[in-house]
Design a protein around this ligand. Structure first.
Ligand SMILES: Cc1cc2nc3c(=O)[nH]c(=O)nc-3n(C[C@H](O)[C@H](O)[C@H](O)COP(=O)(O)OP(=O)(O)OC[C@H]3O[C@@H](n4cnc5c(N)ncnc54)[C@H](O)[C@@H]3O)c2cc1C
Length: 259
């Protein structure tokens, strides 16, 4: 079984996250780049399957700038077998259409039985790439799972919503996404960190994926039209209790459409 885990490098959510007001792009230098935590949980699913099925191959695939190699190496230190790094200056600022086409091509090249992704990244927050990949690759998507059972031929799991739980299953090859209901990932140990340096990472360019400009010129044009700094938080409304506080509170809530 070959499991490909999609890992996105994102600015640390604990750091300040800033938009470049000139370009509308995320200022990636404003915070420490890390593996998106939801992708570590996705990797943990693959590694647990590998713990029980030694012939499993776990590949991490990331599309990102040069320094995304750091996140790939961390995933290798955690236990993945190899990495694929899609890196090309012309892909900087790619929107969801271009990102999904590029990753789909890379997945066709890498081959997979199962792709495991996060449900949503913490920077782009689109929550759309896995669905686009499933459409492009013509495979089923089991998205937003709370748990999963993986066999040689199938995956099944539960998707929990406000109205109840849906049991879903699909034949492999398929794509699944994990939510925060999955466990935290293991930490890399010393042996993992040492062996990660020797594990293979393939660097893949746009040309390797046959993504020429003519093919993508029609749609890689999502533009940020305007960007503005979030306004400073204004002081709140203070209601002193002089005997009319209850009425004033109700009035405040009603005016602000909170009740
Ligand atoms: C107008 C516009 C401008 C943008 N400009 C920029 C920009 O300048 N720079 C920039 O970095 N982003 C930019 N983005 C965001 C960029 O398009 C998204 O980051 C990208 O399309 C992935 O979408 P997402 O992060 O919302 O992924 P989601 O759909 O939220 O991700 C879900 C899962 O898909 C997988 N995944 C997603 N992206 C990757 C990846 N690159 N590699 C591996 N796995 C992945 C991960 O498993 C992730 O957990 C822009 C978006 C828009 C709409």
């Amino acid at each position: 079984m070959r499991i490909v885990v999609l890992v996105k490098q994102v600015p640390d959510t604990a750091d300040v996250r800033k938009l470049d007001l000139e370009t509308g792009w995320l200022d990636r230098d404003a915070g420490e780049p890390i593996v998106d935590e939801i992708n570590e949980r996705a990797l943990e699913v693959a590694l647990r399957y590998k713990d029980d099925h030694k012939d499993t191959e776990v590949v991490v695939l990331s599309m990102g700038p040069e320094n995304a190699i750091k996140s790939i190496r961390k995933a290798l230190a955690m236990g993945a077998d190899s990495g694929v790094h899609v890196v090309d200056d012309s892909l900087a600022g790619a929107d969801a259409l271009l990102t999904s086409l590029t990753i789909a091509r890379a997945l066709e090249r890498t081959k997979f039985d199962l792709v495991i992704a996060g449900n949503e990244s913490t920077d782009g927050n689109g929550g759309i790439i896995p669905a686009m990949l499933a459409e492009r690759l013509g495979v089923p998507l089991l998205g937003f799972l709370a748990n999963v059972e993986i066999t040689e031929t199938n995956i099944s799991g539960e998707r929990q919503g406000n109205d109840g739980t849906v049991n879903v299953h699909a034949a492999l090859p398929a794509i699944m996404t994990v939510t925060e209901r999955f466990d935290y990932a293991r930490f890399p140990n010393f042996k993992g960190i040492m062996t990660a340096k020797r594990k293979p990472v393939e660097t893949v360019t746009r040309a390797d994926l046959r993504l020429d400009a003519a093919e993508t010129s029609g749609f890689d044009r999502t533009e940020v039209l305007s960007t503005a700094e979030r306004p400073e938080r204004a002081a709140g409304t203070k209601i002193e209790d002089d005997g009319t506080a209850a009425a004033a509170l109700v009035e405040f809530l009603a005016t602000n459409r909170l009740i």
